[in-house]
Design a protein around this ligand. Structure first.
Ligand SMILES: [Zn+2]
Length: 470
């Protein structure tokens, strides 16, 4: 007898599953990489492989809407390949990563997308996609490339308002870009820091000889973020272009978003574990350069307001902004902070940190944690309900979690291609046991059992009804 068409080829049994309706003890039937059945425990037809989830919680595989792999920016290139970063993501329960196609000096956004597709092809352990990026200027030729890229499945476009000459576009160009995207089903991602405020502040630090990492946050004051967030919210009101503010760091930013939501504006925000957990006092420590990212991590009060913004829905996502430099790169200019590489490794540690600092400490319930790390990034990026949810018809992307498992975060135990983690020595409670991407187990009990090249390029389309549900 041949294999019956309606038998699952994989069943996940005995777990407590995070369905949209809430946590339920159900079994999941999977066939050809998709969820085909959700049934009472023990009631699904038997067939194929069985994954035992007894005692575990089963969450949708995490979506990381903000990672940087093999990024060359200025003097430094991040250390990891797509194979390394996507496997580290899987160790952390993430089954989709979305990176950026940043045009090099002579490249257009189209060139950059094609190059990035080649770099990642056949390399990834989990699924992946790219944000289009507009860098340095916005000529007609570039604007004309965007509607076809959106139609091909790359509807999200990143703009930087800082890093002059490297990637920055002027604020007036951001406005033009938003008008174009709004007319063609696109969404803008904005790195919101006002360049002129930061450039003056850096120059003042340098002329005063204040160039240790302790002055990094001084050179990037909260007002630099808030000034650009306010301007871009104004453009959203004018153009109705949906906005995804990346890596919000200030306690006041979620409050600006909340006011915009009250007006019905399509503006959304992420923060990252570093802004929730790390404190600006770290910059004055001996190894302060290791924590340099832009915007900088901020005060205890900012952190509390960011947590509040996640719980009260002013912010919609926690992604990582993974940027895998090592300590050699981080220390090279430790006496002159303006030349330090900006960014922190983190694609592997997001779920552990949020289970520990968010769930176990009562700041986020499990449903909200799933929304922030899976469902909402999928909705914003045009991947939902294929990704970010456990439902019949969705991809079988699952992370099996043991909420009671405790340990200590050590760089030596992680799989990121660097020699440090900003969270060294921190205790955690709640850990990944198994990660499944499209019905294939990628990581199980701390071992890689996946296949390089299993990950597929995802084409995306923004659904305005899903944005409205945020
Ligand atoms: Zn970033």
């Amino acid at each position: 007898m041949g294999k019956s068409a309606d038998l699952p080829d994989l069943t996940v049994r005995g777990g407590l599953v995070a369905l949209e309706s809430g946590l339920q003890a159900v079994d999941l039937g999977i066939r050809d990489g998709r969820i085909v059945a959700i049934g009472e425990p023990g009631m699904l037809p038997r067939g194929g492989e069985v994954v035992d989830a007894k005692g575990l919680h089963v969450l949708p595989g995490l979506v990381d809407a903000h990672v940087h792999v093999n990024l060359a920016l200025g003097e430094f290139t991040t250390r990891d390949s797509f194979a390394e970063a996507s496997l580290a993501a899987a160790y952390g329960g993430t089954t989709t990563i979305v990176d950026f196609a940043v045009p090099g000096e002579k490249e257009t956004p189209r060139d950059a997308i094609e190059r990035r597709k080649e770099e990642a092809a056949g390399e990834c352990y989990v699924d992946y996609s790219f944000h289009v990026t507009v860098a340095r200027s916005l000529p007609e030729e570039v604007l004309a490339q965007l509607p076809p890229l959106i139609a091909e499945g790359f509807p999200t476009v990143k703009a930087f308002t800082v890093y002059r000459d490297l990637v920055m576009i002027e604020i007036g160009e951001v406005r033009t870009l938003m008008a174009t995207l709004a007319g063609h089903g696109g969404l803008i991602l904005v790195h919101a820091e006002t360049a002129s405020i930061i450039e003056r502040a850096i120059a003042q630090c340098v002329s005063a000889g204040e160039t240790s990492p302790a002055y990094h946050p001084v050179s990037r004051p909260p007002i630099a973020e808030l000034d650009t967030v306010r301007s871009v919210i104004g453009f959203a009101e004018e153009t109705r272009c949906p906005v995804f503010f990346v890596h919000l760091s200030t306690g006041a930013a979620p409050e600006l978003l909340r006011d915009a939501h009250a007006k019905g504006l399509p503006v959304y925000g992420e923060t990252c574990p570093q802004y929730l957990i790390l404190d600006e006092s770290l910059y004055a420590e001996d190894d302060g350069e290791r924590f340099v990212c832009s915007p900088p991590v901020r005060s205890h009060g900012d952190r509390l307001r960011l947590w509040k913004g996640l719980a009260n829905r002013s912010l919609q996502m926690v992604n990582t902004d993974h940027c895998c430099y090592d300590t050699k790169q981080k220390t090279l200019h430790r006496d002159f902070f303006p030349d330090l590489p900006n960014g922190l490794p983190g694609v592997e540690t997001r779920l552990r940190l949020l289970l520990t600092e968010g769930y176990a400490k009562g700041r986020l319930d499990l449903r909200r944690l799933v929304e922030l790390t899976a469902a909402n990034p999928a909705r914003l990026l045009g991947l939902y309900p294929r990704k970010g949810t456990i439902a019949v018809g969705s991809d079988a992307d699952l992370v099996l979690v043991d909420l009671a498992r405790e340990g200590t975060i050590r760089a030596a135990d992680l799989h990121q291609a660097t020699d440090y983690t900003p969270y060294e020595g921190r205790p955690y409670k709640g850990d990944v046991v198994t990660t499944i991407c499209r019905g294939v187990t990628v990581v199980h009990e701390g071992r890689s059992v996946g296949r390089r090249g299993h990950g597929r390029l995802l084409h995306r389309k923004i659904d305005h009804r899903e944005l409205a549900a945020l």
